[in-house]
Write a protein that binds this ligand. Structure first.
Ligand code: SAM
Length: 512
């Protein structure tokens, strides 16, 4: 991409916005775009990943788990990608979740979540504790969102495909943290995706601004008092950035901008420029100076904008109070969707008892098929203590108690465990990717450089001698589901029998 390929109207507006900085901005389009990945700390520590990496990695200044990688690295073509050890993400796109600061135990909403770059970043920060509700209004994009959540081994996500106007009827004042990574005109991505520059039209700014204004207002009512909201875009136009935030502040006296610090090692960030002011300047517009822009001529990354907003503690209570966590002991698994208790300390013990009882079970009850699978193929059922939600034959472990989701399009009510068919249980890919090899009765781990790793990922049958099969105990049966891993990180299921690993890697996930 060169500056010459940029749309003329876009260049004029950028020159007006940037003034004497404009030549440096334009020159940044002569430079190569940057490539990045973010280590998935649900699966691997940053230190361990740095030891494993097959290419040089350079830290992204604003994300402790983010790294620049060379263009030649092609991280999507590596068995570690299939093990969910990292998410390929543009470095500037890592900034909004760093600003959101999700912590274990938080209830987080990612309102515009597909394809899931920021959802998986939030989930890594939650470390399996709390909840991430990932929503996107587009049905096709939700499929990619689900796949990325599963690939990254996330257990505590609920995936919705809903108009935010309907969500606020359910989640009024419910969330501790909300990310609005809004649909936008994408001007900040022109260097990365030249096609976007070709398709761009000046009218997009007004079209997206109307959507963004509505989305931010809807998100604003789903945050609890004292909660934190990040509004972000990957575009430059002030109409989609500072003006959206200023209009929101003018209408929401209970919100304030939390200034992004400039002195914490992120000195290359630039605070939002309030000098877009026109005669229509809304009240409180000066506060947007505390928001941030990432400019491609100032940072090593593409163009982004982010505003951190805090809802004041003294706000009036939400109209529909969020359901309080249940103090009651874990209940019997339910066949119906509904409220689920949080995991309790006695959950693992209770799960083992259920599994032992199920070993003796002979009925076709899907709950028993699941429990039998846990007893025969896993060392301890990882869903113990969670409420199980059944949707026809499909089983999910609910992350925590939720308000009733009547009338909401729920794509994943929790961690998808698999399906019970004709008295047997077929474990899901989502289950495999969230397990460690020690969780399975049988496992095999190939080195990343072993051709059998790629053969497995291509869906091929792989020969495996009995002595290469790792079993949880000396008396464990060799036959049955086997968790396949690469360098100890799970990638999927197979079934071992007579020296052969019968491949269970799903068609849509295969190495092509
Ligand atoms: N956060 C995502 C990530 O990091 O992978 C990228 C989100 S992208 C910038 C914006 C998303 O907003 C798109 O996936 C689009 O489908 C979704 N979207 C557009 N209009 C929406 C609406 N009214 N409600 C919810 N999502 C919407």
């Amino acid at each position: 991409m060169t500056g010459r390929a940029l749309p003329e109207v876009f260049k004029q507006s950028m020159e007006q916005l940037l003034g004497e900085e404009y030549p440096a901005f334009l020159a940044s389009y002569e430079q190569q775009r940057l490539y990045g990945l973010r280590v998935n700390t649900l699966k691997v520590t940053v230190e361990a990943y740095r030891e494993l990496a097959d290419w040089p990695v350079t830290p992204v200044p604003w994300s402790p788990t983010g790294f620049y990688v060379p263009e030649s690295a092609r991280p999507g073509k590596h068995p570690y990608y299939h093990a969910g050890l990292y998410y390929i993400q543009e470095p500037s796109a890592m900034a909004p979740v760093e600003l959101l600061q999700p912590e274990p135990g938080d209830r987080v909403l990612d309102l515009c979540a597909a394809p899931g770059g920021k959802t998986t970043q939030i989930a890594a920060k939650l470390q399996g504790q709390g909840l991430v509700v990932a929503n996107d209004v587009h049905p096709d994009r939700v499929k990619a969102l689900v796949k990325n959540i599963e690939l990254n081994g996330v257990r505590n996500a609920v995936v919705l495909n809903e108009d935010p106007a309907k969500l606020l009827q359910v989640f009024d004042g419910y969330f501790d943290k909300i990310l609005v990574d809004a649909p936008c005109s994408g001007e900040g991505m022109f260097r990365k995706e030249e096609e976007m520059a070709k398709a761009w039209e000046p009218s997009w700014t007004a079209k997206y601004a109307a959507m963004q204004r509505a989305l931010l207002a809807q998100a604003g009512s789903m945050l609890r008092p004292g909660g934190r909201l990040v509004y972000s875009t990957c575009t430059f136009s002030p109409e989609e950035n500072e003006k959206i935030v200023a209009a929101f502040l003018a209408e929401h006296s209970d919100y304030e901008v939390e200034r992004v610090p400039q002195t914490d090692g992120r000195g290359e960030w630039e605070q939002g420029r309030p000098d877009w002011a026109g005669p229509e300047l809304p009240a409180r517009a000066d506060e947007v100076a505390g928001t941030v822009r990432l400019w491609p001529h100032r940072v090593c990354g593409e163009g982004h904008y982010a505003a951190v907003l805090r809802r004041r503690e003294e706000s009036s209570p939400p109209l529909q109070a969020a359901a309080a966590p249940s103090a009651a002991p874990a209940q019997e698994p339910s066949l119906r969707p509904g409220r689920a208790p949080r995991r309790t300390a006695s959950g693992a013990q209770q799960g083992r008892q259920q599994a032992q009882a199920a070993k003796k079970a002979v009925s076709g009850d899907p709950r028993e098929a699941l429990a039998r699978f846990g007893a025969e193929h896993l060392t301890a059922p990882p869903w113990a203590g969670a409420e199980l939600i059944w949707r026809s034959e499909h089983a999910y472990a609910a992350p925590m108690e939720l308000p009733p989701l009547d009338g909401i399009r729920v794509i994943r009510p929790g961690w998808y465990l698999g399906g019970a068919y004709k008295h047997r249980f077929e474990p899901s890919q989502a289950l495999a990717l969230a397990l460690r090899t020690g969780d399975a009765q049988r496992s095999v781990s190939f080195r990343a450089g072993d051709p059998r790793a790629v053969s497995y990922l291509k869906g091929e049958t792989v020969e495996l001698a009995e002595e290469d099969l790792c079993t949880a105990g000396a008396d464990a049966a060799r036959k049955g589901y086997c968790l396949v891993a690469v360098d100890g990180y799970s990638v999927g299921w197979a079934k071992w029998q007579d020296g052969i690993l019968k491949n269970e890697y799903p068609a849509g996930w295969r190495w092509t």
